[in-house]
Write a protein that binds this ligand. Sequence first.
Ligand code: GAR
Length: 219
Amino acid sequence: MGALKVAVLISGRGSNLQALIDAFGPQVADSPVQIVLVLSNRPAAQGLERAAKAGLKTEIVDHKAFASREDFDVAMDREIRAAGAELVVLAGFMRLLSEGFVNAWRDRMINIHPALLPAFPGLDTHRRALDAGVKLHGCTVHFVRHETDTGPVIAQAAVPVLPGDDEAALAARVLWAEHRLYPLALRLIAEGKVRVEGERAIVDDGAAADAVLINPPLP
Ligand code: GAR
């Protein structure tokens, strides 16, 4: 079985892209994943430099150049297909996607979101988690559905919220987890260990009964 060809879509910093490059980039022998394209809607996205440095093909599809969301999505879709991608990986891609694009890539497009979905969809997740006083926060990798930050959950990582946390400290702890979770989830998909049944993703090897995180900790 050949490597799974993926297109990574970014809008900014690209630290999750970097984690994927480190795990699956051209320097990795026998990678189960091949990044065939890094596409950004923003010409200045720092992630484009990371991709170029790794020797990956990059494209810019600037949303500002299109009259409608649908036209923008058609242009992206064309680039993604031209690169031969089989799976779309959203990594800090900050544009809403049209229903046509989402349906075209149904069960073949994944996203990472900085919260334990279905808690805290949308923006400012760390601020909202602090305001809500939750003791565990984290990140989720999921298949993309049209409604923002919904879709079958593939994998989640939980981190503790600590008493002295501000938004930046909590965001950094979650981001550390994101950089580990996204390569793990993508590897599971590439290895054929994830299937979608209705609105649930079933993951072989997906259960670790001892992976409990209790906060505050047991005495
Ligand atoms: C990440 O925290 C990602 O989870 C989040 O944006 C950040 C991108 O950082 N994505 C979303 O909020 C999507 N709704 P990065 O560009 O350094 O990977």
